[in-house]
Each structure stands twice: as structure tokens, then as C-alpha cells.
Design a protein around this ligand. Structure first.
Ligand code: 8Y7
Length: 283
């Protein structure tokens, strides 16, 4: 299984490192700011650091999807994202994903050299399908119930597993209708996006069900609030639990792991790979 534009072998699981250019993301907001301004050099250093620690993809985000986060204009989002994409494309050998739901930003990202769009709204904004159809990039279709403002107010499902799977099947079909080939698609159950703790646990436990969609599976579990809710601890102490969930996701077929802590996540993948090679008798 390969990405088109920039070849990436997904025959084994890979880390997608999170590079947030936002001042207000829940864990790493403001990380790339110096004297109140987004700093390109800091972003590059952080990007290089993630690549050298094992990130195969970098996910560059310009707007926080955190509940209650302040919406920003297209222009502001472009100013944050485009220079960083351009700078990384010309310097680092890494697949570049841009985390956005806005067609205008998708267009700008594609023309500045991004290889992938990570859309938490699964191309549901008007024109998003068309913009992606006109490009060659890969796209991650994520499930979310509601929108970032309302999603955590008592989300309900008939069956969270079935509903999420059906939603993703529907979005894959939409992509097909506009001519986005299946080889370009990645799916994601969207942990924490319109889900209670139990919904998240049920989805992770049954992640295998999504294999039937025949697309690589991306999971974002990194320091998500379900961990703090279960452990009743601060987010700064949620790395070990995150890594435990990553191991579970790998066992259930995850292909891409979206992570703040790239080195540690890559270590979990290495150990998982070591065991599986031995199990398969190939070493
Ligand atoms: C996810 C994501 C976030 C995720 C995908 C956070 C942008 C919240 N989470 N994209 N984005 N999957 N595909 O906790 O789970 O990082 S933002």
C-alpha cells in the first residue's frame, strides 16, 4: 500500500507527528511562538526533531478544533500554514499533511506542496470534495458527530461502531462519485470527536471492524481527554497511558498513529514490529 505523490510504504505502521501552528491547541498550543509570533525557525527545528525521531508524516494544523476554540479567517490560517509547508517541503524528506476542513486552505496547501489533507470533517464543507478531486493528494476522512462546538454535549449513537463505520462508508462512496480514487483515502474513527469515554473505548476495542473498509486506518489517541477522565490525572501525565492505547490500536490494525510524542510512539511501533516478525517466523 503506497501514498501516490510521495511514496510511503504502509505495509507497517507509521507515526504522524503533530505540528500545531496554533497559539491555543490543548497540549502544544503556542509551542512554536516567540515573542507572541509564530516562528518559522522554531517550526523547522520541531519538524526536523520529529523526523529524526521517526515521524514519517507531519500533520500541520493552523486552527484548533478544541471545543470552544476561537475560529480564524482563511487568511490567518494560510499565513500560519503555507510558509511552514513550503519550508518543510524544500528541506525534509517527509510526507506533509495539512489538518484543515476548509477548501481554500486545502487548495493553498496542495499548491505549496502538501501531500495529504487531514480533514476532521471528512470533506463535508461545500467544494471540499471538488478541490480534492482536482488534486492528487491523499486524504484522511475522519468521523465526527456534530461540530467542534457541540460535539461533546451528550453524543448519542444507535451503535457507535456501526454508525461510525456506516458514516465512513458513505464518505468513501462520495469520494468515489467525484473521482477521488480509493487508493488516496485513509479512514479514522475520530476518537474524542462527539464521543463519550465509553464510545471511545468501544471504538478502539472494535477497531478491527474498520479493516473491512479496505483503507489504511489512522488513529489519534495522543493525550486525549478520555485518558485524563479514566485516570483522573493531569494531561502532562498521560503519556504512558497514551502509549498503552497505541499498542492496543496496533494490535487491532491501525496503520498510522497521530502523536505529539513521536519518539516514544515510534518505540512502541518498533517493539510491536519486533514481536510480529518473530511471530511470523521471519527473523
Ligand atoms: C485527530 C485529528 C485532532 C484525530 C485525525 C487532538 C486534527 C485533537 N485529533 N485528526 N485532529 N484524527 N485524523 O487531540 O484523532 O489532537 S485534534
Amino acid at each position: 500500500m503506497y501514498f501516490l505523490e510521495k511514496r510511503l510504504d504502509l505495509s507497517y505502521p507509521r507515526v504522524m507527528g503533530i505540528l500545531n501552528t496554533t497559539p491555543d491547541s490543548f497540549f502544544d498550543g503556542g509551542n512554536l511562538y516567540k515573542n507572541g509570533k509564530l516562528d518559522l525557525d522554531l517550526a523547522l527545528i520541531r519538524a526536523e526533531d520529529m523526523v529524526s525521531n521517526g515521524a514519517a508524516i507531519l500533520d500541520i494544523g493552523g486552527e484548533s478544533t478544541r471545543p470552544g476554540a476561537k475560529p480564524i479567517s482563511n487568511e490567518e490560517e494560510m499565513d500560519r500554514v503555507v510558509p511552514i509547508v513550503e519550508s518543510i517541503v524544500s528541506r525534509l524528506d517527509v510526507v506533509i499533511s495539512v489538518d484543515t476542513s476548509k477548501p481554500k486552505i486545502m487548495e493553498a496547501a496542495v499548491s505549496s506542496g502538501a501531500h495529504m489533507i487531514n480533514d476532521v470533517k471528512a470533506l463535508s464543507e461545500p467544494q471540499a470534495l471538488e478541490v480534492i478531486a482536482a488534486s492528487k493528494v491523499n486524504v484522511c476522512l475522519m468521523h465526527m458527530l456534530g461540530n467542534p462546538i457541540t460535539m461533546q454535549t451528550s453524543p448519542e449513537y444507535k451503535s457507535v461502531n456501526k454508525d461510525v463505520k456506516q458514516f465512513l462508508i458513505g464518505r468513501i462512496e462520495k469520494c468515489k462519485q467525484v473521482g477521488i480514487s480509493r487508493e488516496r483515502l485513509i479512514v479514522d474513527p475520530g476518537f474524542g470527536f462527539g464521543k463519550t469515554v465509553d464510545h471511545n473505548l468501544e471504538l478502539l476495542g472494535n477497531l478491527r471492524d474498520l479493516a473491512a473498509l479496505d483503507c489504511p486506518i489512522l488513529v489519534g489517541l495522543s493525550r486525549k481527554s478520555m485518558i485524563n477522565k479514566i485516570l483522573k490525572r493531569d494531561i502532562l501525565e498521560s503519556l504512558p497511558a497514551t502509549l498503552g492505547l497505541v499498542a492496543i490500536a496496533l494490535e487491532r490494525g491501525a496503520n498510522l498513529i497521530r502523536a505529539h510524542d513521536v519518539r516514544e510512539t515510534a518505540d512502541v511501533i518498533s517493539m510491536w514490529l519486533a514481536v510480529n516478525r518473530v511471530e511470523n517466523g521471519s527473523e
